[in-house]
Design a protein around this ligand. Structure first.
Ligand code: SF4
Length: 192
């Protein structure tokens, strides 16, 4: 087994928290076994460039200025992320863009990541009023509440705990979610 690849002093990435939201076992496998899913052709083709994100900002009529692919780091939260769009002069709007449409049941971890971005931006720039998830050009608009930010902060802490744990966490994934999971072959609960 490769050596654990994560140290508690590292900044946690928002995408790791997204993995946790999909299934807590995934970040544990990544840290404890040192494996991470290689990019698939659909991941590659699903990436939008900065120009396309600007087009989406225009379509959504977001307030300016637009910060595209905005790198945010909070040493206070021990957290980092790259937000597709941060719009306005405050309170801010954060936007995450997914090129392809997905079923609503499969959006939970993307929404969780979006709220982690809202947490990051509110810590670094100032209050965030809205978070928008664009899937297949359809915007899902969420008002960001104090409860959302507290839940995001809790999830970040839980992700951090999992990354340094010797034992795998219990899974929260439904069996059908495991069918799509690249980590299944390494999973202590659902290995083939
Ligand atoms: S196979 Fe299922 S339980 Fe295991 S890591 Fe993937 S989603 Fe989680």
């Amino acid at each position: 087994m490769p050596e654990a690849s994560w140290s508690s002093r590292e900044l946690l990435s928002a995408s790791m928290a997204k993995q946790y939201a999909y299934c807590p076992v995934i970040p544990w496998i990544m840290a404890a076994m040192g494996f991470s899913e290689p990019p698939t052709p659909s991941m590659e083709s699903g990436r939008l460039n900065a120009f396309q994100k600007e087009e989406i900002a225009a379509e959504l009529r977001l307030p300016k200025p637009w910060r595209i692919e905005y790198e945010v780091v909070s040493s206070r939260l021990g957290l980092r992320g790259r937000v597709d769009i941060v719009a306005g002069g405050g309170p801010y709007i954060v936007v995450e863009v997914k090129r392809y449409a997905r079923r609503v049941k499969r959006l939970g971890h993307f929404k969780a990541q979006l709220m982690v971005y809202a947490l990051l931006v509110s810590d670094v720039l100032g209050p965030v009023r809205e978070a928008i998830l664009v899937v297949g050009r359809k915007p899902l608009v969420y008002t960001v509440t104090g409860g959302d930010l507290r839940r995001a902060a809790r999830m970040v802490e839980e992700t951090r705990r999992v990354l340094v744990s010797e034992e795998p966490p219990r899974t929260t994934a439904r069996p059908e979610m495991c069918e799509y999971c690249w980590y299944r072959r390494l999973c202590p609960w659902r290995s083939l």
